[in-house]
Ligand binder design. Structure first.
Ligand code: MN
Length: 720
């Protein structure tokens, strides 16, 4: 798609057959009909009935008339925009109602046409889709500019933006075509953003990075998501984008020969085993490569999955047979095996992932899936229409069941709106922070799935289940997998940070009640708002020994007492701890600003921080100065101390240490016993995941109490 052309990346699996159809048109032919319309109709005709095509032609006629005489900033007639949006949807084989709505999508907002006019001519379904993507208009009406004609103030603009996004969030539960249309609209706007003003570009690109790209990801539309991400990255930080793209190009040239040999070898081995497979490879896209390099503190060149191989087969059993062939051929890297076929991701993604030590001893990332899974991996919820079209079946029902399942989380949005009554800005921030961030799933004892953002605690889950359960939560019994792969049951406190796949039974007690400290133990804004309200209620009831003096200050809008860290570009920062120097509470730290409001926290002594700053300075970038940060500005987060422990070499020291860690609700993310020359001595390096609600000195003291332990200290040399 667009970004592919922009960066010159090879993505052999891009399905964009429509592109050729348009290029094949002769622009000089004296066509009575708009060329783009003809191309659109040609795509639609592959899967639509003549009656459907008639509907599309009449929607076009109305839209063309309404936008007549208006030009886009790029100089082309305005109608080219709705035509392009309709075409994006036609390539996903969406139905005639969606295509007609796409053609009409800007008429109510920008022309004299009213919602009632659209409804009268095209019926309530199409009118509702158009209305879903129409800007929220009341803000403009209630607060006119003083001179009546000036541009809207930045404040009002921001409010209207929030109101519009909230309106869209609430509407998309009614009809999934609304959000697909909005994403297509945004995609085309970004593809043609170059002719907009700098302020407009910045605003659109930022909103895309924060809301629309993650939304596309949650709906499983990976092709749309990655194009949105790359385009937003390009507009927000052109210099870094160019740098990353050049870097990728260089790596691709270096590795292309190896990739081709790999492909040939794979193909030959699979064919020899009677497996019919399509094998191809792709380079990682610029934004993803940039983010992953930043997150891991590594150079782009050292990401092992810069190239990923795709093995596409015809059936699920073939996936596992192909896997056996590959693992027989090359030794797998045990840590990198993921079976998303048996356990799909929340958005439905299915694939087998493995990494093998392949030709030339290089680690090769492999994705094995069926062609059908591959289509679903690229197009998410839109696959429903693609498959109907491919089978020549009509789309039936207003809201296909499978889509309703995939959009289950959307219904949560509507209930939050009723329940929380937040301002539009707070509402959008809550949805973004709680639903669009990276999610994990945990299970109830009965096997029901619950989704929560990564870093959520037992309290977050308790409030998600029910306010009463939250208010009386005393802890939980968790079945969790240890780093050794054992399934163990543990009793944990309310501040236990949930891990992917945990089976959680929240334990309540009539005596348990919210405490101010709970505000720091939750990850979701939803739980924080709920706790704040309960605290104020308890305060008003005047319970004995309440420690809620600061409640109204702290919990009014669910915000913490200390001003949270701001990103230099505006808005609250999304804080992450660097994986190069592993900062722990108490360390001297600074922040490094990234895109999408991300701020990565490094220790001041970190070497890779110094390198990043140097690079930025050399490029003359404005963000070459680190940000001052204090620990109190950082929300609950998991930190990862690396510990060096020496002790008497009695059997089971490691076992004792992990038992203690477990009893403190800490997970061991790594451990290694070192050989020591002097006999009867053990040296162990232990890496723990510790919630910031637990102090490191307490952890060290506790570990010291393990029989046989002589010294416990933190390994301060990591990254510094
Ligand atoms: Mn539009």
């Amino acid at each position: 798609m667009g970004a592919t052309a922009l960066t010159g990346q090879s993505d052999q699996a891009t399905q964009d057959s429509g592109e050729q159809a348009a290029e094949g048109q002769d622009p000089m032919a004296d066509a009575p009909e708009n060329v783009s319309l003809r191309a659109l109709i040609e795509i639609c005709a592959r899967y639509m009935s003549p009656a459907d095509l008639e509907l599309i032609r009449s929607a076009y006629a109305v839209a063309d008339e309404a936008h007549r005489g208006v030009l886009r900033k790029s100089g082309e007639p305005y109608i080219e925009h709705p035509l392009a949006v309709a075409r994006i949807l036609a390539e996903l084989a969406l139905d005639a109602a969606a295509i007609a709505a796409a053609l009409l999508h800007d008429t109510v907002e920008d022309t004299s046409l009213k919602k009632e006019d659209v409804e009268a001519q095209f019926g309530p379904t199409i009118a509702a889709i158009v209305d879903g993507v129409t800007k929220f208009a009341a803000v403009e009406a209630e607060a006119p500019a003083p001179d009546g004609a000036g541009p809207p103030s930045p404040d009002r603009k921001a409010r209207q933006q929030s109101e519009t996004v909230r309106k869209l969030f609430l509407a998309m539960g009614d009809d999934p075509r609304i959000i697909l249309l909005k994403l297509a609209d945004r995609l085309h706007n970004l593809r043609t953003l170059g002719s907009m003003s700098a302020a407009q570009r910045e605003r659109t690109a930022r909103e895309t990075q924060e809301i629309y790209a993650p939304l596309a990801g949650r709906l499983g539309l990976y092709l749309v998501k990655s194009e949105l991400e790359d385009l937003a990255f390009y507009y927000l930080d052109p210099a870094t984008f160019a740098d990353v793209a050049a870097h990728l190009k260089e790596e691709e040239q270096k590795r292309a020969d190896w990739a081709r040999r790999m492909r040939k070898r794979l193909k030959r081995e699979l064919t020899a085993q009677g497996i019919c497979a399509a094998v191809n490879w792709r380079m990682k896209r610029p934004y993803r490569a940039y983010r992953e390099a930043q997150d891991s503190g590594m150079d782009i060149a050292s990401l092992h999955d810069l190239i990923a191989f795709r093995v596409l087969v015809n059936s699920k059993p073939d996936c596992y047979r192909a896997l056996r062939v590959i693992h027989h051929l090359w030794h797998p890297h045990a840590d990198r095996i993921r079976d998303y076929i048996a356990t799909p991701k929340i958005n439905g993604y299915q694939s087998f992932h493995t990494a093998v030590f392949a030709l030339d001893g290089r680690l090769a990332q492999m994705h094995i899936r069926t062609h059908r899974m591959h289509r679903a991996a690229q197009h998410g919820v839109a696959t429903y229409w693609l498959e109907r079209a491919a089978a020549g079946e009509p789309v039936t029902g207003e809201n296909p069941v499978r889509i309703a399942e995939a959009l289950g989380w959307v219904t949560q949005i509507a209930s939050w709106q009723r329940e929380l009554g937040l301002s539009a800005a707070d509402f959008v921030a809550t949805v973004r922070g709680d639903l669009l961030e990276e999610q994990i799933h945990v299970f109830t004892p009965k096997g029901h799935i619950r989704e929560l953002p990564e870093g959520s605690t037992v309290l977050d889950l308790a409030y998600q289940i029910h306010t009463e359960i939250g208010d009386h939560a005393a802890g939980a019994v968790v079945q969790t997998t240890t780093s050794q792969g054992l399934l163990v049951a543990r009793t944990v406190g309310v501040n236990y940070v949930l891990r992917r796949g945990d089976i959680v039974r929240v334990v309540t007690s009539p005596d348990a009640k919210p405490d101010v400290s709970w505000l720091d133990m939750v990850r979701t804004r939803y739980a924080r708002v709920k706790i704040g309200r309960s605290l104020r209620r308890l305060d008003a009831e005047g319970g004995p020994g309440e420690r809620t003096r600061n409640v109204s200050e702290r919990a009014d809008d669910g915000g913490p007492l200390v001003e949270p860290l701001r990103h230099p570009a505006g808005g609250n920062a999304r804080v992450e701890l660097a994986r190069c120097c592993f900062p722990c509470p108490g360390d001297k730290i600074v922040g490094l600003a990234g895109p999408a409001r991300r701020v990565t926290i490094h220790r001041t002594c970190c070497r890779s921080l110094a390198r990043s700053l140097q690079r930025r300075r050399a490029a003359g970038r404005a963000d070459a100065e680190p940000l001052a940060v204090s620990w109190s500005q950082i929300q609950p987060i998991i930190y990862r101390p690396h510990l060096l422990i020496s002790g008497q070499d009695h059997k089971g020291l490691m076992h004792e240490l992990s038992k203690l860690a477990a009893s403190m609700n800490l997970s061991v993310s790594g451990s290694r016993a070192k050989a020591v020359s002097s006999r009867h001595r053990a040296a162990i390096s232990l890496t723990l995941d510790v919630p910031s609600t637990t102090r490191l000195d307490v952890v060290l003291r506790q570990l010291h109490t393990v029989p046989g332990v002589l010294t416990v200290e933190r390994d301060l040399s990591k990254g510094c």
